[in-house]
Design a protein around this ligand. Structure first.
Ligand SMILES: *[C@@H]1O[C@H](CO)[C@@H](O)[C@H](O)[C@H]1NC(C)=O
Ligand SMILES: *[C@@H]1O[C@H](CO)[C@@H](O)[C@H](O)[C@H]1NC(C)=O
Ligand SMILES: *[C@@H]1O[C@H](CO)[C@@H](O)[C@H](O)[C@H]1NC(C)=O
Ligand SMILES: *[C@@H]1O[C@H](CO)[C@@H](O)[C@H](O)[C@H]1NC(C)=O
Length: 194
């Protein structure tokens, strides 16, 4: 009986470990190298590098998922998208899903690119070497950023540090609350067996 309990405990431990180690999303390597490249560009322009803003990354990921099945030719249709005048489908829904107060996205920008296999140097040069996008990267108004990618699409979301572009949370800590509920449920389950 004791060994059964021990086995169960180890199983539970493994479960927690797996739960904690699930990555938030994939495609991280390209995103990391593009993010670094964009910040190097900022430094060359004598601008402060972008801070990573988790809510901007969340929205970028959502928009990348929305666009993933679109052909690359359509990129002009969606770019550059200031959040308040964007043609990106279901944008409001995605903003809500990321728990962002829509009033704090007005000054933000959404910059999608579509590059076969997301070759990082081509993605980066799309951001830094096209007038369409470099004027955003050249602009000191933007202080934060998030990247998301899906298939051939990468999306850069830029934020400001003003109240109309900070991408602040819409409500309290729904996410933390959700995690606490999951954890409590798990502990109760564990308690049943121990
Ligand atoms: C956003 O601004 C509008 C108009 O000022 C206001 O009615 C609304 O409640 C605000 N939304 C949030 C989530 O704060
Ligand atoms: C931007 O991406 C497109 C699609 O992959 C590519 O054809 C184009 O050469 C890129 N432009 C720059 C300036 O990197
Ligand atoms: C951004 O700055 C670079 C370097 O100063 C310049 O070559 C590029 O034309 C600028 N882009 C825009 C759209 O002004
Ligand atoms: C916004 O960021 C700039 C540059 O980092 C800083 O100088 C300024 O004080 C910040 N403003 C606010 C309201 O935080």
């Amino acid at each position: 009986m004791a060994s059964f309990k021990l086995g169960l405990f180890l199983f539970a431990l493994l479960f927690v470990f797996l739960l904690l180690s699930i990555p938030v999303h994939c495609g991280g390597d390209e995103e990391d190298s593009v993010f670094k490249g964009i910040n190097s560009y900022r430094q060359v322009q004598k601008l402060t590098p972008f801070n990573k803003v988790p809510k901007a990354s969340c929205l970028a990921e959502e928009v990348a998922e929305e666009l993933e099945d679109e052909p690359c030719e359509n990129v002009n249709q969606y770019a550059p998208g200031l959040t308040s005048s964007s043609k990106i489908p279901n944008l409001q829904k995605h903003i809500d899903k990321c728990d962002i107060n829509i009033n704090t996205t007005i000054d933000g920008a959404i910059l999608p690119v579509c590059v076969s296999k997301l070759e990082p140097t081509i993605v980066l040069s799309n951001y830094t070497h096209t007038d369409r996008y470099s004027r955003y990267l050249n602009n000191s108004v933007y202080t934060g950023a998030g990247l998301g990618s899906e298939h051939d699409w990468m999306v850069l979301v830029l934020t400001t540090n003003t109240t109309t572009g900070s991408f602040a949370a819409s409500s309290g800590a729904t996410c933390v609350f959700g995690n606490v509920v999951v954890l409590m449920g798990f502990l109760m389950l564990l308690g049943l067996f121990m």
